[in-house]
Write a new protein. Structure first.
Length: 290
């Protein structure tokens, strides 16, 4: 790794802090990673090939952030999930309790600037900040994970009263998603199921579906009309649901019915884990961050 003197200020590929004009820096010949000399010890080994652009775009569709080989789950998503599962499954209110907004914005900015080689999240003391980064990244995409074009199909499938028919319809719609969206959705569903099974988190499927409904499903367009927003809001009616997962019990009036996007996530979480593993399980080793 040759050393050089910075002429144009650029962010360090490891810590994300700006390397100022005239300061020393080092750059990898193979992957073009630019970093502070003090950050060299944290440089990934073996070398991680860099994307064609120096950093990820500030916003884009999910495929813009996905790796070139399956499973097509963005490294940022993998790293956040890995960090949460490493030290967050004993935290009450995981994904419901907000992290400090300033830290969430700062760490999201660092990760997006870093591109392929991400700075470690172990130095983030509050795990809720890591959860906030993941949610903010997903909310910041140009379209939600279920995509605008398939949004109506997901809502229609989730509204089918018969559990077996609902499951079949949802599987069919999931299979139509772009590969990166499908793989990432599968990865997140398996993660949220693990969170729901942690007694310390106190985040069952109902709570998680309320949190992730707006994030993963959202509305049918980037600028929804007031009518579209009203159609996605909770309905004061009897809520249908899957008795298998107990998300929305049958034959009872729910005082605070979930929104339609939350119902979709609840139904997706009721699908068998093996269905989701079929997209990411066989290549799970490729999802371990370096």
């Amino acid at each position: 790794i040759p050393s050089l003197q910075v002429i144009r200020p650029e962010p360090c590929g490891i810590c994300g802090s700006r390397i100022r004009f005239g300061k020393a820096a080092i750059k990898c010949r193979q992957c073009q990673l630019l970093l502070h000399p003090k950050c060299r010890a944290q440089c990934p080994s073996p070398c991680v090939p860099r994307p064609h652009h120096h950093a990820w775009p500030r916003e884009g569709v999910l495929a813009d952030f996905a790796p070139p080989t399956p499973p097509l789950v963005p490294a940022l998503v993998v790293q956040c999930v890995t960090e949460v599962e490493t030290r967050g499954l004993t935290e009450t209110g995981l994904y419901r309790v907000p992290g400090a907004e300033q830290l969430v914005r700062e760490w999201k900015r660092r990760l997006l600037r870093a591109g392929g080689a991400l700075p470690a999240l172990g130095s983030v003391a509050d795990i809720h900040v890591v959860c906030g980064v993941l949610k903010d990244f997903l909310r910041g995409l140009k379209e939600p994970l279920v995509t605008f074009s398939l949004h109506p199909a997901f809502l229609q499938a989730a509204d089918i009263p018969d559990d077996a028919a609902c499951g079949t319809a949802l599987r069919h719609v999931v299979s139509k998603l772009p590969p990166a969206n499908r793989d990432t959705l599968a990865f997140l569903m398996l993660h949220l199921l693990r969170v729901s099974r942690s007694p310390d988190c106190k985040m069952d499927v109902l709570n998680l579906s309320r949190v992730f409904g707006p994030t993963l499903v959202g509305h049918s367009s980037a600028n929804p009309t007031p009518l579209a927003i009203m159609e996605d809001t909770p309905r004061q009616c009897k809520v249908r649901g899957s008795p298998r997962c107990g998300v929305y019990p049958r034959c009872c009036w729910h005082p605070h019915p979930p929104s339609l996007p939350a119902q979709v996530v609840g139904r997706l979480l009721s699908l068998p884990p093996d269905f989701w593993r079929g997209f990411v399980g066989t290549e799970q080793e490729n999802l371990v961050p370096t």
